[in-house]
Ligand binder design. Structure first.
Ligand code: IMP
Ligand code: MG
Length: 190
């Protein structure tokens, strides 16, 4: 299935033409919803009876985290952290932590939630940063994983879908900050 997403401001800026970009759905809404519920059930049982503090990586993980936490059935606290590394479709490889967590995470069990693991640099950097606050445990969770793109060794604890080396948008993932509001995961056709 193909859909068109026409945003004149974006098309002007990126291509300087009036041609819209074509998107092809890679993972549909229902498949995402089912997977998120399965992940939440696993997290609920793994953390039963323990403190859980979720730190999601903003902005990309905002939609995934919002759905995930509403299906987790144990008490939890949430916070977010901002990073930046991508410019357009290309990772700059230079991950910056742009904000701090406000939760006291010392001696807590932390679950870091991201939208996608690509080179691995962002999540590795965030885990290292959070570790400096002496939590008792840090695990990681991402909706999508592109293991073939890894530049630093990293295996997430909870993963939704493994995908091939494609640049995807939607369900929180962006291209130059656009497309985060799509309800599914899509690939931009060139
Ligand atoms: P990494 O540091 O290379 O693992 O990149 C992780 C971050 O880059 C994620 O948190 C995403 O925000 C972004 N990213 C990686 N791959 C994609 C993609 O295919 N589409 C949109 N954003 C991506
Ligand atoms: Mg991003």
């Amino acid at each position: 299935m193909t859909m068109e997403y026409l945003d004149p401001a974006q098309v002007d800026k990126r291509k300087n033409t009036s041609v819209s970009e074509k998107l092809e759905i890679l993972i549909g809404e229902r498949d995402i919803a089912q997977k998120v519920k399965e992940m939440a059930a696993k997290i609920s049982s793994d953390y039963a009876g323990r403190h859980l503090s979720i730190v999601f990586i903003s902005n990309g993980a905002i939609i995934f985290a919002a759905d995930l936490i509403r299906s987790i059935e144990i008490p939890l606290r949430i916070d977010s952290i901002r990073t930046s590394s991508y410019s357009g479709e290309f990772s700059t490889g230079n991950v910056k932590i742009m904000s701090q967590v406000k939760l006291d995470i010392k001696d807590r069990n932390i679950l870091v939630v991201d939208d996608i693991i690509d080179t691995g640099r962002t999540i590795v950097q965030v885990v290292a940063h959070l570790s400096s606050f002496a939590p008792s445990d840090i695990k990681t969770c991402a909706l999508l994983d592109k293991p073939s793109r890894r530049e630093v060794p990293f295996v997430p604890d909870y993963i939704g879908f493994e995908i091939p080396d494609l640049f995807v948008v939607g369900y929180g993932l962006d291209l130059d900050e656009y497309y985060r509001n799509l309800p599914h995961i899509a690939v931009i056709k060139t």
